[in-house]
Design a binder for this molecule. Sequence first.
Ligand code: PAF
Length: 283
Amino acid sequence: MPSRPMIARTIPALHRALDGLRARKASIALVPTMGALHDGHVSLVRLAKRRARKVVVSIFVNPTQFAPTEDFGSYPRTWKADLAILAAEGVDLIWNPDVKVMYPDGFASRIVTDGPATVGLEDRFRPHFFGGVATVVGKLFAQCRPDIAIFGEKDFQQLRVVTRMAADLDLGVKVIGSRTVRDRDGVAMSSRNVYLSPEQRRAAPVLFQTMKQTALRLRAGEDLQAAQSSAIKTITRAGFAVDYFEVRHAETLQGVTSIKDGPLRILVAAKIGTTRLIDNMAV
Ligand code: PAF
């Protein structure tokens, strides 16, 4: 039975715990999360355990990546269940700072992102998002100084942005992407899936199914624009308002004109009711 993880809530407590973990030069993996953990997070932790001797999971609902109109206040907070999951997975340390610890009075600095953060996907609909993510992830890297950090591929643009930032700022952290975990019907696991009504949840597999169909059609030679338009129609018919359904270069996230411009990634964001889902798939 794995022992209960250590929990740090202040910077000195974090550093004391990390000094202990680093004894005998053990490698450290960080898994940044906002809590409300599900099987997708468990797979990130398991990958972290395979790749490093010690695993730190941060749980911090980061206010700077939410717009005032978004769900910061109602974002699911499930501390007891999260703790049970992380204890069962044998995590070594949970970093769970308060907002005042992460952003003390007078906090006035921010990481500005470019490149994959400004390609007109999530950034078009959530202009504040990547600045907030990069700033908090930069701080988490500085606080925990991990050797590696694991991020889910489900937030594909975020993975690209964080990878770029870690390299650009010489943070000495290797960022590793982990495959999306899906329910049996293809719906990508997400903490926000709890917002879906039973009827909306029944409609949700259309995102996965349409990406799969589109990948097949593109590989069979269908025109890119035609495939994208048809995908948007299918998803709209299922009751979603589509923000984007785009085929992009998988590394740069820039637009492409042909399947020959690959490797390609399909990226989708769509809203059903008040819940916005995002997903992606390799072509
Ligand atoms: O993907 C998330 O859960 C968050 O954006 C992250 C990376 C933990 C930063 O707050």
